[in-house]
Design a protein around this ligand. Structure first.
Ligand code: NZQ
Ligand code: ZN
Length: 386
């Protein structure tokens, strides 16, 4: 096992009716800025419950944080936070709203350089942030219990990730009943994103970390079992609760302790979103199957473990077990309604060179757990995904 630091200060309030507990976790004197997206929280009652729970606290609000939140929009929110002198931020929504709130929290207290440098320096220059919490409405990203965020600068087609220990939510409220209104597309996206988060931290090479491996395999198996049930029976509380907790545990730092991490699929996926607006999870479903096929030799030991322990594949030679496991994974993504080929999103070979040059511009030229995923390998992966 590798050395590691594990730090996670986020309090989780999980279950039905927990929005009412906002009263216990936000100081009474706080001036709260509520941040949200395009309005789903007004249609499903989450907004009203939030306002009621905040009681007599001073409230301001900013709406319109879009999926794949843009720097342009977030800087408007930063200006409003400063104008209103809000001192506590409350993100209400999915990963985009929570990620956006992390950036706003850091940018509102950032002095000196241009706030875009937070993204260029991947958060290493963040030394403080406003306190914030979240109410999660879409289980997928894990943003509710981690310190990372992804922000898009539309004017230059750049989608970059940052993280800072100052950007953990103080608390996150996870009420599974608030996910009942998710469109089918977002149920599928959420399960696939969480699945791929686990794979980025699990499917590398062995370092004798049986506990982390079994945590990871447990999350994968639960996603495989529960995901289709959420599509078939959207109002099943237990299914939604299990999916929600899977997505949080998939990216809160626990399963990455002491193990190598990959993240090449995510980095290529971010470029596809920045250039073509494809949903985050859709990009992962396109890239990961080919990523594993092309890097089969370097990942052989873990692929065999994945085949046996996650998919129960024990018969046949090594290569056929590996191939079957990757195909089963791809079928699962499709079963969750997330298409797995570039051509499903109206992209063809002519679109690949721009993705490669974007990777080069963003210095994503030595990706993966062994830093051996060069632009040429990324190109082969995309060609295999056509
Ligand atoms: O904007 P509203 O109206 O709220 O609608 C949203 C949005 O259109 C809707 N939605 C959310 N909850 C709903 C709902 N609709 C009905 N009922 C509900 N309960 O869903 C749509 C998508 O929301 P979004 O927040 O964009 O989705 P997601 O949670 O998948 O977040 C994606 C973003 O997170 C980043 C991605 O890159 C992408 O920008 N990621 C963040 C990570 C992190 N912080 O650790 C890691 C991930 O790998 C990922 O990169
Ligand atoms: Zn992701």
């Amino acid at each position: 096992m590798l050395n590691f630091d594990f730090y996670n200060p986020t309090q989780i309030l999980f279950g039905k009716g927990r929005i009412a507990d906002l009263n216990k976790v936000i100081p009474e004197q706080a001036h709260v800025m509520i941040l949200f997206g395009g309005g789903s929280i007004k249609q499903n009652g989450v907004y009203d419950e939030t306002i009621a729970a905040l009681g007599k606290r001073q409230i301001s609000e900013f709406s319109g944080i879009e999926p794949n939140p843009s720097y342009e929009t977030l800087m408007q929110a930063v200006a409003l936070v400063k104008e209103k002198k809000a001192d506590f931020l409350l993100a209400v929504g999915g990963g985009s709203v929570i990620d956006g709130t992390k950036f706003i929290a850091a940018a509102a207290l950032f002095d000196g350089e241009d706030p875009w440098s937070i993204m260029e320096k991947r958060g290493s220059n963040v030394s403080r942030a406003l306190p914030f919490g979240s109410i999660l409405t879409l289980p997928a990203t894990g943003s509710e219990m981690n310190s990372g965020g992804v922000v898009t600068r539309k004017s230059i087609n750049a989608k970059l990730a940052f993280s800072s220990r100052h950007c953990f939510p103080q608390f996150s409220i996870l009420d599974p009943t608030k996910t009942y209104t998710l469109p089918v597309r977002q149920i599928g996206n959420g399960a696939v994103d969480a699945f791929v988060h686990v794979m980025e931290q699990y499917l590398t090479y062995p370092v004798n970390s049986p506990l982390q491996d079994r945590f990871a395999e447990g999350i994968l198996q639960t996603l495989i079992e529960e995901g289709p049930k959420a599509l078939a029976n959207p109002q099943d509380y237990d299914v939604r609760a299990n999916l929600m907790w899977c997505a949080t545990m998939a990216l809160n730092g626990l399963i990455s302790t002491g193990v190598p991490q990959d993240w090449a699929t995510h980095m290529i996926g971010h470029e596809l979103t920045a250039l073509h607006g494809i949903d985050h999870a859709q990009t992962l479903a396109i890239v990961l199957p080919s990523m594993l096929r092309i890097r089969k030799e370097a990942k052989r030991a873990k692929l065999l473990q994945f085949a046996e322990r996650v998919w129960g594949l024990r018969d046949g030679d090594e290569d056929s077990r590996i191939d079957a496991a990757i195909s089963r994974m791809q079928d699962y993504f499709e079963q969750m309604g997330v298409k797995t080929r570039l051509s499903d999103y109206a992209l063809n070979a002519s679109h690949i060179p721009a993705v490669i040059s974007a990777l080069e511009t963003h210095r994503m030229v030595a990706l993966g757990e062994k830093r051996d995923v060069t632009p040429d390998i990324s190109r082969q992966i995309l060609e295999m995904s056509l």
